[in-house]
Ligand binder design. Sequence first.
Ligand code: HEM
Length: 509
Amino acid sequence: MLDAIGDVFVCSSVTWALQIVLVSLLWWRSAYPWSGVPSRVPPGPRPMIPILGNFLQLEIDPRKQFAKFRRRYGDLFSLYIGNKHIIVLNGFETLQDLLVKRGYKLSDRLETNSMEMLGGFKGIISTSGKLWREQRTVSLALLQKLDSGKQSTEDKIQEESVYLLDAIAKENGMAFDPNLLLRNAVSNITCNMLFGQRYDYDSDHFQLVLCIISETLKTVGISTAMNYFPFLEYLPGDVFGVGKMKANVKKFNEIIVDPVIKHNIDNYDPDNCNSFIALYLKEMYARRDAGEETTLDVENLEHIVTEILAAGTEATTSTLRWLLLFMATNPEVQAKCYQDVQRHVGNGRKPVLTDHDNLIYVQAVITETSRLAAVIPLGAPRSVTEDMWYKGYRLPRNSMIITNLDSVLMDEKIWGDPKVFRPERFISEDGKLIHREELIPFSMGKRKCMAETTAKSEVFLFFSHMIQRFRFITEPEKPAPLIESVFAATNAPQAFKICAFPRSTPNQI
Ligand code: HEM
């Protein structure tokens, strides 16, 4: 009986596989862009294998390969994967020309399968055109309004720092992985902005929020394969994590986002709007009451909440993790940061945002870390809205655009020794902070990160508070942690452990 079932299974699997191959080949012939290579498009490596195109020429972390292609083909090169023509933009001049000067043609997202699963083409990150413009403009205005309200973003970060520093102190100088504590602190700022409340670090509800975010983001990398090979979604066994990702997004909405939005709708009080959700609802009702045509609705709000939580948590946490790693492995740099804080802030009070202009060395360390860590090194994919020409090349409508920020942040022509961690490169001879326009970890143009100011405030305050209070060292009697990254939704460091000693103890420098 079991054999018979096995035979049927094997037979149906073979038929299934043949059908997939057949359908794929037919689909490839009709959809594969280089079956008739469009003329005058940017050059690139020749796609050797039907359907896969250049897929096998790329590693999971494609940055090194992109650097080689750039040397060979120039600042614009083409790749073909599955049914997509991809154009990779490299170098500061190209990114500035195409994202800033002619950004109106490259501000849309490409409607990919993974974008659909994550954002359902609602909200901000995955949307384009009028819908994106209204959602982004309104969201930005509401975040600014919140910042100038009862509790500013700075107040929220100051409040959260107390909890973060206490949690670090509780590690008692023992080795710990700072990832979870930093993640708690960073996402609490976002929760506070969105929901109007922070959570205790040991709250089950809060840990569930963080767990779903990180599980979902883990599947983002692998499920992007579906953007190029849409049929993979239908393979049995959820090999590409598509089912898991969909289930996570659904669970996140059901358990976290929807109940909070419902609570806000049920208890709506226009005179007491202390959270992003309440302010969005107020704006939505106002536009509707005024008879305005608007895209503001509960479904878009649901997506924005999820996106801000995920985007806000991952990139900022990764940046802070890189900072602690660089401090523990570069004690002399850490000592200079501590001296900077001692000189301009002392021990009697906490650093505040207005210390920013005085803490030059701390700023240089943060700036150098943002450059070297490049936590979102390839930006988020965009698309060409209408056929356009640039430096003699045709950029066909609907091509996918990859903004290779890494090619600028790690450009030898700009930085000389880009792989070296050297904060001094951002300090002038007369001791001032050097601002470089090529420092673009938040991308460029209309579609650049929506929360650059908030992210910078979080990084500056959390980092300077930690440096004021603790000395961080690598785990004693263990090999120093590797300065290597895990390339996934963000470019984060590999997991590492450090020890934190309060500055008032004999371990003080
Ligand atoms: C160090 C921290 C951060 C870095 C380096 C960073 C970087 C980026 C980058 C490179 C993009 C892609 C821009 C593009 O499409 O080309 C982006 C988009 C975005 N970021 Fe950030 N980000 C950070 C923190 C945050 C925070 C804290 C939030 C929210 C509170 C946030 C919200 C967003 C949103 C909503 C978008 C999509 C914008 C759009 O599509 O119009 N980010 N970010």
